[in-house]
Design a protein around this ligand. Structure first.
Ligand SMILES: CCCCC/C=C\C/C=C\C/C=C\C/C=C\CCCC(=O)SCCNC(=O)CCNC(=O)[C@H](O)C(C)(C)COP(=O)(O)OP(=O)(O)OC[C@H]1O[C@@H](n2cnc3c(N)ncnc32)[C@H](O)[C@@H]1OP(=O)(O)O
Length: 161
């Protein structure tokens, strides 16, 4: 389930265009292809965009595994290796636990292969919200557009088919 206007997974010009899929053992696998548009230091991915990619991967795992609306409350990233432009980050996310409305997730991002070197590690706390969160703070039109898009793949475990 994803939203076409999402910066992380949607069809947005200049967006991250990430894809995520639920796999074995309820792990969510996401890919982020780092282009020149994601550059910070010369030839390297911008750290803020890497954090964004992990927000997407972690949020996608929380939302799609639990099928509940949730927003990022806290996001921590460890940048362990430089991530070059032209590389692909293979991100694997797991659900660590749920306590009331709090959803804990963590992820590892490896360079250029599922078993490549570990480049970024992240943890996040998502907080479950009601749909009113999006209408009162966002817009009813945007939520309606999300519902129409998401409805197509509701029964499908492929997040971005
Ligand atoms: C339209 C979506 C529909 C979804 C449908 C279903 C499935 C969706 C499927 C897939 C989704 C796919 C992809 C998603 C991909 C990416 C997601 C990106 C997500 C974002 O990019 S989203 C933008 C950034 N995000 C925000 O815009 C949040 C702004 N913020 C707030 O809106 C409030 O701040 C809120 C709601 C977070 C809490 O407010 P609140 O008043 O509702 O609740 P409260 O404060 O009581 O917190 C309750 C408990 O969480 C603890 N807690 C809260 N925050 C904490 C923190 N920072 N650190 C440690 N603990 C924290 C408290 O300590 C308490 O814990 P306790 O219960 O133990 O006391």
């Amino acid at each position: 389930m994803h939203y076409i206007e999402c910066f992380g997974c949607g069809d947005v010009d200049g967006g991250l265009h990430m894809t995520s899929t639920v796999g074995e053992e309820h792990l969510v696998r996401s890919r982020f292809e780092v282009t020149r548009a994601h550059q910070g230091a010369p030839g390297l991915a911008h750290g803020g965009l890497l954090a964004c990619a992990f927000d997407e991967a972690l949020g996608s795992a929380a939302g799609n595994l639990l099928r509940r609306p949730a927003v990022t409350g806290k996001l921590e990233t460890d940048f362990l290796r430089p991530v070059p432009v032209g590389s692909t980050l293979y991100i694997v996310t797991k659900l660590d636990g749920v306590a009331g409305r709090k959803i804990y997730v963590s992820a590892n991002g490896r360079l250029d292969a599922e078993d490549g070197p570990l480049a970024v590690r992240a943890r996040a706390l998502f907080v479950e919200v009601t749909f009113e969160h999006f209408t009162s703070h966002g817009s009813a039109d945007a939520l309606e557009k999300f519902s129409q898009t998401a409805g197509r793949s509701r029964e499908d475990w492929d997040i971005n088919p």
